[in-house]
Design a binder for this molecule. Sequence first.
Ligand code: ADQ
Length: 457
Amino acid sequence: MSRLVAVSNRVADPSGGKSSGGLAVGLLAALNQKGGLWFGWGGKTRGGAPSAPKIVKKGKIEYATIDLYESDYDDYYNGYSNICLWPLCHYMLGFFRYERRFKDAYRRVNALFARKLLPLLKDDDVIWVHDYHLIPLAAELRAAGVSQPMGFFLHVPFPNIDVLRTLPGYRDLLRSLTAYDVVGFQTPNDARNFTEGLARENLLQAKLGHDRFRSGGREIVVSAFPIGVDVDGICQAAERALSSATVSRTVKGLADRELILGVDRLDYSKGLPERFRAFEELLARYPDTRRRLVYMQFAPPTRTGVRAYQDIREELEQSAGHINGRFAEPDWVPIRYLNRGFSRNMLMGLMRSAQIGLVTPLRDGMNLVAKEYVAAQDPKSPGVLVLSRLAGAAAELDAAILVNPYDVEGMAEAIQQAANMPSPERRERYQAMIEVLRKNDIDVWRTRFVETLESFQ
Ligand code: ADQ
């Protein structure tokens, strides 16, 4: 049996600390099942040359982490990854900024990853690289003679070629993806954007089958592998968490008011200012919702080294203060805004307690919170998911109330509809969604990807 080697910018904390990133949550669940090596940056930088990887084994997973050069970190991580690629992939060009030194650092870090990973590889490994930080890694490893199967999975959307062309050097980036044997995306739409991009740049020689192509003289698979969640694990954790002290105190504190829940990393792509405005619009337009609903939003800060993330934090604090100032009563505060990470179990318990799950990103590769919210529900009395059409999850969860996250009034109407939905309709929508989640859970995601990769062995 082959060994799975997963590579990502960061690895999850082996000591089991809180993790509020979708990649870490998904990959940890996948590796917990199959086991393997997880290689990535350990979160430390140093002035001098980075040393050999630090290896820690926990359960079935071996974690190998490296340090980065202090001088590269900012340009590679904050710069190229989060000021160039992130906004580009999310079609949010207002946040895009390019500098040549960003690209140089990105290349250097990818070369360093390849150099440090190389001595750890075995002949029967299959290598699964994750996300936009590491696109050129396969090309670096191939140049060093690695012939093992290599796959790439993009957790974020893949933009249309006309948007990708905004990035200087986009063609090299596109071509470097063809050094992988398997290139996986969240949705068929992303996969199509990629193959159309290759075709329009004359980088596609032939279509060999429905997801097989010839590019760069090699045969590659390009397909959608929508990431899923551990449905039963979440449902059980959510039910258990209801009796925990924090969740039961929180529910009691609601005093029979209905809970609307939002759980997101603090990121401008998640549509939080628009969501806050929609809630304000709801309270203004439908006075009967006042006192009846409480909106709780979790948003732990991320990427605090990037200016746009500092700005959005300030904007949300002001907005929450403004809405509470406008509508609060001595015994009712409409928005509870919490700016830090919490344990997954507690979040799952709150998801189960929430009558409405509000997931309205302006653009999202998938969005695991939407899937977690559905998985956490009580089948007898499930809550309602209000979901952005621009999240990858909407391709599967079309039984949610789908909204355009830029349409603040439309979102207010959707929340009103959710708050008044009769229970047979809630159950019907839940049934349709939970079936999709079960059919394509986290195990299916990992198995399908790894088996496709193993077919190249
Ligand atoms: P993210 O952009 O991080 O992921 P998402 O898919 O929603 O977005 O995952 C966030 C994860 O962090 C969820 O599991 C959530 O429960 C957890 N989380 C959020 N806030 C938290 C908090 N306050 N405390 C603790 N945990 C918290 C990227 C892509 C997504 C894609 C995933 C997986 O941007 O589109 O779905 O990868 O592929």
